[in-house]
Design a protein around this ligand. Structure first.
Ligand code: FES
Length: 65
């Protein structure tokens, strides 16, 4: 996920449940496509509010954190 990937890269992001429930990981995606691993839905390419704990990057992704 974006949350795990950031952590592995040494970047600390806000989180709580890590299961898509608490919304504490929600942030603004500036660009790039992500896939929600709970719904399987792909995001748009543009600005969108996403949860980093349940989304995986499908392209290079820029987040406002
Ligand atoms: S950490 Fe709780 S919804 Fe993402």
């Amino acid at each position: 996920t974006l949350l795990l990937g950031a952590e592995q890269a040494g970047i600390r992001l806000s989180y709580g449940c890590r299961q898509g429930i608490c919304q504490l990981c929600r942030c603004q995606k500036i660009s790039g496509v992500v896939k929600n691993i709970q719904t399987g839905k792909l995001s748009s390419h543009g600005v969108e509010s996403i949860q980093t704990c349940i989304n995986i990057p499908m392209t290079e992704v820029i987040l406002d954190v």
